[in-house]
Write a protein that binds this ligand. Structure first.
Ligand code: 5AD
Ligand code: SF4
Length: 464
C-alpha cells in the first residue's frame, strides 16, 4: 500500500510508486496488516506532516514485529530533509529515498531485502532525467492526470522549506511536456493538471541554458502561457488546469490564453499568504496587497466567469492584530471561492523559524484563524448561491461519498456538484451538463440535464 501525506506533486509521485510496484507484481490493498510493502510518501511543508509521519511509523513497529518480511519504505520531501534521522527515530524502516530517486524505489527495496536498511537521497544533479515520464503510473483516475512541468523553487519565502528540500527550479523541455500530454490523451485522459512549485516562472532556467549555448531562437524563453496554449490544443484534452502560480510572476499573457482557450479552465489558484504589506515584505513575497488585488481584478476582467482560490497563513512571526485586519479586508475584497488556510508552523532551516521572539500567541492565532474562516466561507457561499439556475458541464467523478443515491461531478471552475444518479450507469470520466439548484459553502447541489460524453471502460494501469 502507498500512503500519501502531501501536495499534488507528492500524490503524483505516489501514483508512480504504485505503478512501479504493480509492474513488479504487487497489488494495492488498504489493510496495513495484510501488506507486504508499505510506502509512506511524505511531505514537510507544515509541522503536522512530521508528527503524522512519525506517529504512523510508531504504529507500524508492531506490524513489523508481527511480520518480519514486511518492508517499510519512506520517500518524499520529509525523507529528503530528515535523511538518516528517519531510521534513527524508527529503526524498523527498511528504505528511505528522496524526491529525485523515486524511480529507484523498487530496486532499493530489493537491495534492502539482501543487505539491510538503506537511506539513499539524490539531488537533481545526480539524475540525467529529473522528469522520469517513462515510469509506469497507477493513476487514481483514468480520465485525469498530473503532468509535472517544473520542479524546485527559486524563491525564498521566509516560511517555506520547499527551496531547501526540492532545490533550484528546473523546467521540463516544452516538447517533452506536449508529447506526454499527447500520450496521456491517447491513453484516454481528458483532463490534465500542470504541476510545478511556481508554474508561471516556467522556462526561466531554459532561457539561461539557451543563452549559454549561444542559441538565437526568436523566443528566448518558452513562457508558461505558450505551454498552456500548446497543452490546451492537444486533441482529446478537454480540460487543462495548473497549480500553483505565484502572484508576483503572473502576467496578462497567461490571462489572455486562459480567456481564449476553451480547454483551459476558468479557475485560478492565487496564493495570497497575507493581506498586510508588512507581513508580505517579511515573507519576501514580492508583491503588496494592492498589487495582488490589481492582478486579481485584471484576471477577473480578462477571464469570463473566473473562480479564484487561495492560500493564507495566519500567525506569521510578527503578525500584529492590525496586520491581521488587513488580511481580513483583502480576503473580503477578493471574494474568494474557497481558501486553504494555515496556521503558521515554523520549519527549522527557514528564515522565519529563527524569529522566535516574534512568534504569535497561539490562542490569538486560533481566534484569528476562525475569524478568517468566517470571511472565506461568507464569500464562498455567496459565490456558490450566485450559480443557482446555471447549467454547467461537469466531469463525473463517481458516487457521492456521503450519499449512494447521488453522483459527484466537478465543474470547470473546479467545484463539486452532487446530483441524483440517473437510471443506468454513468461512468467516472463521463461529461454531463447539470443544472445548479443550490449553492452551499463547500459544494453545489444540482440535477442532471444531459450526458455530453460517455467514458468507455479502460484498464486502470497506464504505462507511459
Ligand atoms: N506554515 C504554514 N503554512 C505554510 N505553507 C507553506 N509553508 C508553511 C508554513 N511554514 C502554506 C503556504 C503555501 C501552502 C502550500 O502551504 O500557504 O502556499
Ligand atoms: Fe515555497 Fe514561496 Fe517557493 Fe511557493 S514560491 S514553493 S511558498 S518558496
Amino acid at each position: 500500500m502507498v500512503q500519501t501525506f502531501g501536495c499534488q506533486m507528492n500524490e503524483h509521485d505516489s501514483e508512480r510508486l504504485a505503478g512501479m510496484l504493480e509492474a513488479d507484481g504487487y497489488e494495492p490493498i488498504s489493510d496495513q496488516t495484510q501488506a507486504d510493502v508499505i510506502v509512506l510518501n511524505t511531505c514537510c511543508i507544515r509541522e503536522n506532516a512530521d508528527n503524522k509521519l512519525y506517529g504512523a511509523l510508531g504504529n507500524m513497529k508492531q506490524l513489523k514485529d508481527d511480520n518480519p518480511d514486511l518492508q517499510i519504505m519512506v520517500g518524499g520531501c520529509l525523507a529528503q530533509k530528515d535523511r538518516e534521522l528517519i531510521q534513527q527515530r524508527a529503526g524498523h524502516v527498511d528504505v528511505v529515498f528522496g524526491t529525485h530517486n523515486v524511480h529507484r524505489a523498487t530496486a532499493l527495496m530489493a537491495d534492502a531485502r539482501r543487505d539491510g536498511p538503506i537511506t539513499e537521497i539524490w539531488t537533481a544533479a545526480d539524475t540525467d532525467d529529473p522528469f522520469p515520464s517513462a515510469l509506469p503510473a497507477r493513476r487514481q483516475t483514468d480520465y485525469a492526470a498530473w503532468l509535472t512541468i517544473q520542479i524546485g523553487c527559486d524563491n525564498s519565502c521566509a516560511f517555506c522549506i520547499v527551496p531547501a528540500v526540492r532545490g533550484a527550479e528546473i523546467s521540463r523541455p516544452p516538447e517533452d511536456i506536449v508529447s506526454e500530454a499527447r500520450r496521456l490523451a491517447a491513453a484516454g485522459v481528458t483532463e490534465i493538471t500542470l504541476l510545478g512549485q511556481n508554474v508561471n516562472s516556467y522556462g526561466r532556467d531554459l532561457a539561461v541554458a539557451v543563452r549559454r549555448s549561444g542559441g538565437t531562437g526568436i523566443r528566448v524563453r518558452p513562457a508558461f502561457a505558450d505551454l498552456l496554449l500548446a497543452v490546451g490544443g492537444v486533441e482529446g484534452i478537454r480540460r487543462v488546469r495548473f497549480t500553483s502560480p505565484h502572484p508576483k510572476d503572473m502576467n496578462t499573457e497567461v490571462y489572455q490564453v486562459m480567456a481564449g482557450t476553451p480547454s483551459v479552465m476558468p479557475h485560478l489558484h492565487f496564493p495570497l499568504q497575507s493581506g498586510s504589506d508588512n507581513v508580505l515584505k517579511a515573507m519576501h513575497r514580492g508583491y503588496t496587497a494592492a498589487r495582488y488585488l490589481a492582478k486579481l481584478s485584471e484576471a477577473r476582467e480578462t477571464i469570463p466567469d473566473l473562480a479564484v482560490t487561495t492560500d493564507i497563513i495566519v500567525g506569521f512571526p510578527g503578525e500584529t492584530g492590525e496586520d491581521f485586519e488587513r488580511t481580513l479586508e483583502v480576503a473580503a475584497h477578493a471574494e474568494f471561492d474557497s481558501a486553504f488556510t494555515f496556521v503558521y508552523s515554523p520549519r527549522p532551516g527557514t528564515e522565519a523559524a529563527d524569529l522566535t521572539d516574534r512568534f504569535c500567541d497561539p490562542a490569538e492565532v486560533k481566534d484569528r484563524y476562525s475569524r478568517l474562516r468566517t470571511v472565506i466561507e461568507r464569500s464562498a457561499l455567496q459565490r456558490h448561491r450566485a450559480r443557482e439556475g446555471r447549467v454547467e458541464e461537469v466531469v463525473v467523478e463517481g458516487p457521492s461519498k456521503t450519499d449512494a443515491l447521488r453522483l459527484t461531478g466537478r465543474t470547470g471552475q473546479n467545484k463539486l456538484v452532487h446530483f441524483p444518479k440517473p437510471e443506468g450507469p454513468l461512468r467516472p470520466g463521463s461529461y454531463a451538463t447539470v443544472r445548479i439548484l443550490e449553492g452551499r459553502t463547500q459544494y453545489l447541489l444540482g440535477e442532471l440535464v444531459e450526458v455530453t460524453a460517455r467514458a468507455s471502460h479502460r484498464t486502470r494501469l497506464v504505462v507511459l
